[in-house]
Unconditional design. Sequence first.
Length: 154
Amino acid sequence: MHAHYSRHHVVVMLFIAQGLSSALCQAEESAPPLPESVPGITTINAENLASMLDGNTPPIVIDARTATGRRHGYIEGSLHLADVDTNCVSLAKVIRSRETAAVFYCTSSKCGRSLNALKIAQACAYRNIYWFRGGLEEWQNKGYPYVSANVPAR
């Protein structure tokens, strides 16, 4: 079946598409900022994470971005578990026990994926959760090692 659209239909469809695009952009701009902290979660910065990684018992570091985001680079040694795939079963596969220190991060302090993932971990009764709120952007800006862009996601 071949669809035939009049000039009027095309103009109306473009108008609707333009309106949806505009609405989506406004929604992103008006999205509430992420909180500075979350009750029951320790918020850390790049220096804190670097110190933890150099310690006797380094934490599990979880990149909560999608595979597409991870292909743009990631913190060396981090594991990939996108927030949309995070649940009690998937967390149990990457975090040894509910007492194991786990750090969640994503792109930057404007990315909510790590926040989503750590809230799921909290609901799954993990008790040693850290939020690296500044994410990969802060890590890179402070000169810490990371795997650079255009690498296969792991």
